[in-house]
Design a protein around this ligand. Sequence first.
Ligand SMILES: [Fe+2]
Length: 296
Amino acid sequence: MPAGPSGGGGIVAGYLAPHPPHLVYAENPPQNEPRSTGGWEVLRWGYEELRRRLKAHRPDVLVVHAPHWITMVGHHVNCVPNPRGVSVEPIFPHLFRYHYDFRTDVDLAEAIVDEGARAGLVTSALREEGVRVDYATIGALHLANPDWDLPVVSLSANNNPYYYSDASLAEMETLGAATRRAIERTGRRAVLLASNSLSHLHWDTEPELPEDMGVERPFDHAQYAGDMALLQTIREGPTSRLKEAVPAHIEATSSETKAGSLTWLLAAMGWPAIAGDVLAYGTVIATGNAVVEWVP
Ligand SMILES: [Fe+2]
């Protein structure tokens, strides 16, 4: 395979990188308008470790699949060279109004569109300037690389889990394999980000101080136990066990992985026979969130 700008190409690491807007809010980065007094520190320490490891992998590009850029027809890839604007979390606009301005690796983005179409998927290149980038994409990218000094490729979620409760993950396998072929074809050193939380039942009211950790806890024991069962399988490996464990976890916990980001990531890495390294786990408004690294 051709060498990328930083050396040998290929997928050098994959991360489960959940996007709760609260984690960005808690950090008080200059790009986000609301101010906080902190909160959710253990998860944020996990992300600090992710950042150290990510930099050590010297990637050329970050490729992110996120569940809140929902496309009803086909898998879309953002091919806008310089997306910029304000990303707002519609349920928590008082926590997340984030000013973004980043570069797209357009060559790789177009290669993923092409490889996906060759594999029989409906794919589309987003080329309209000014389309607002969703908060799950921005949240994962900020938390993984707040310096924003790497180009990005952003993929939409076409798993329609919010319309079909039993949406199949099979297309995510195809999209993952197409992503890998595009990365190899372009010779990039790529880090993949799956922007998914785990158990997904959550509170419907908020404390007066959003970062009041006195009320932060799992939704119930079944949701917590479901997350621990999945994380134990991740920690033991190999990843092929997750082909059954992920759908079972979705069934048990309404996991956000039903949007397909985690399956896409593991399929892109070729379901490597390795264990994942869980860097942190914590709840955000009762949802389960884990930061996990896989190095093939
Ligand atoms: Fe989400």
